[in-house]
Ligand binder design. Sequence first.
Ligand code: AP5
Length: 218
Amino acid sequence: MKLILLGPPGAGKGTQSVELSKRYGLPHISTGDILRESVKAGAPLGVKAKTYMDKGELVPDEVVIGIVAERLKGSDTKKGFILDGFPRTVKQAAGLDKALKSILSGIDIVIYFQTSNKVAIERLTGRRVCKKCGFNYHVKNMPPKKDGVCDRCGASLYQRPDDNEATVLNRLKVYEEQTKPLVEYYAKQGILKTVSGDLGVADLFRVLSQMFSEAKLA
Ligand code: AP5
């Protein structure tokens, strides 16, 4: 199954990707995670990307398309993959189509997480992330057992620098202007399915699992 999760920041794409990756044994490819790893490593790509990420702007298309095209050549993508946070512009979607032509067949399904701004803002400003294993928590919706400490590995939690309210509002604006047109792009191809990103984690996972089984994708 070759899957794209599309939706605004805070829609729950990353959270569902982790669960779907476990359930279906597919690699979870998140451009946000790859870029944050580069920032952490102090790599030239990370230094450049950080200037965009901290402001909530998109990293240039050619940089991100190159990263994904390279990642899709990995041997673990033969059975399929979950793309989270990519593509984010029509140019990136065209870049993906081109990369898939030479590697694999096209995308099977694009899930659009239709999400209200109120929910997205509340989720993002309350998100906490594990410094070591990267697991996501939320101060109200998914709190760790011990305040500020990861249940899974015991490392401390931090707030992403782009999760402050001003940057979140800009990320939502950038999403509306540059990413939302992809809803129509994939609807025209007949591969778009819409779910409510406002649902709770478990309910949304149930809806997605049922959708894949009905579409005979899993
Ligand atoms: P990226 O890391 O992709 O961030 P994003 O799209 O802004 O997505 P988020 O991770 O914020 O939201 P999500 O939908 O994954 O929600 P999550 O599951 O984490 O990108 C960051 C930056 O990198 C971009 O701004 C850009 O600069 C750059 N970048 C990345 N990709 C790029 C690209 N392709 N092109 C150019 N630039 C790129 O959940 C959020 C919170 O809500 C968590 O706390 C979670 O616990 C909670 N939660 C999740 N689901 C639910 C639920 N159903 N109910 C209640 N709480 C929930």
